[in-house]
Write a protein that binds this ligand. Structure first.
Ligand code: SF4
Length: 98
């Protein structure tokens, strides 16, 4: 491995993330919940969006698979929803600063 390769930042090996998705998803705190807390309806007003995202993040905060869920969303560039306690805007900010 060259010095350049050793210095390259890597969150996770993308080749393994799809395999692990099946291993953590069954333990998700949101598994039996509806999607409406995690995903925005069309034309959602900003104040409702803020309340919905706070509610979703509270659920995520107690979820045993929060970390792999967040990594999955970042690696796969999930465009919509709260994943691993990260909103769409949170993920965009993280990706922009990588
Ligand atoms: S971290 Fe949040 S979105 Fe991810 S599986 Fe857990 S409850 Fe669901």
């Amino acid at each position: 491995m060259s010095a350049a390769q050793a210095a390259a930042p890597t969150l996770v090996d993308p080749a393994t993330i799809s395999e692990s998705f099946g291993s953590w998803q069954p333990r998700a705190a949101c598994r039996a919940m509806g999607c409406e807390v995690f995903f925005a309806p069309e034309n959602e007003p900003a104040s409702a969006r803020s309340r919905r995202e706070r509610a979703a993040k509270l659920i995520c905060a107690g979820c045993p698979v929060r970390q792999p869920c967040a990594v999955h969303a970042l690696v796969n560039r999930e465009a919509h929803g709260v994943w691993g306690g990260l909103s769409e805007d949170d993920r965009e900010r993280l990706i922009t600063h990588l």
